[in-house]
Design a protein around this ligand. Structure first.
Ligand code: FMN
Length: 211
């Protein structure tokens, strides 16, 4: 059974905190994780090409395997799952598929589709790796944030993790070579609330119209 989805956006945003202590007895079902992932993928992406890819690690033995790679962070073991978010460096290969689906849904004409596919092929394919990486990291960050909010709206907690050995992770989990690590996200039910954090005042980080 899926939990009730909280509708109040402000509550969801304000109640999201990075949680590092999880109730190990709580298992989020595959169906519910898929709902959360599907909501996450409503995030925007460059040309709607959705370069994000996921590996859901909810098998306890595999979490044990990940634990030392993630520098023994305890949430890896106790959270219901750890979701690895990747950016596919060959994301533009799905342009034809995505824009064909848009035509079939009636959202775009065949002519516009051809233009979009051509742009994807000419633009993205020939970019240097640094620009490609920048694109998949931006889109990967957006989908990750949306995933964490979708989880909170269901009463679950998360912590994004950059603290892991990326090379070891790719090797141990046989991650395709063209997948760029974005982050790991532990997801589960908090055993202890996340610690409060502060934010810089807006006046210090925001300029209006000119610096
Ligand atoms: C890209 C990224 C990597 C992070 N890596 C870790 C990590 O490896 N371990 C951890 O406990 N927290 C990690 N965090 C969580 C941050 O410490 C946390 O978001 C920050 O302190 C603000 O707290 P809040 O998320 O509760 O608002 C990471 C956050 C981000 C965005």
């Amino acid at each position: 059974m899926t939990t009730q989805v909280v509708q109040d956006f402000h509550q969801v945003v304000k109640e999201r905190h990075s949680v590092r202590y999880y109730d190990p007895t709580v298992k989020i079902s595959k169906a519910e994780l898929e709902e959360i992932l599907a909501e996450a993928t409503l995030a925007p992406s460059s040309s709607n090409l959705q370069p994000w890819r996921f590996l859901v690690i909810d098998d306890q033995e595999l979490k044990q395997k990940l634990h030392p790679i993630a520098y023994n962070q305890k949430q890896v073991l106790d959270a219901s799952a750890v979701i690895a978010v990747f950016g596919d460096m060959e994301w533009f290969e799905k342009a034809e598929q995505i824009y064909t689906a848009s035509v079939e849904a009636g959202y775009m004409t065949e002519e516009v589709k051809q233009q979009f596919v051509a742009t994807a092929n000419n633009g993205y394919r020939n970019m240097d790796d640094a620009r490609k990486k920048s694109i998949v990291h931006i889109d990967g960050g957006l989908v990750s944030m949306q995933l964490m909010l979708a989880a909170r709206a269901r009463g679950y907690d998360t912590v994004p993790m950059g603290g892991f050995d990326g090379a070891k992770f790719k090797e141990a989990f046989e991650v395709p070579a063209h997948y760029e690590n974005i982050m790991l996200i532990a997801i589960g039910k908090a055993a202890q609330p996340g610690r409060p954090t502060v934010r810089l005042p807006l006046s210090e980080i925001t300029s209006w119209n000119a610096f």
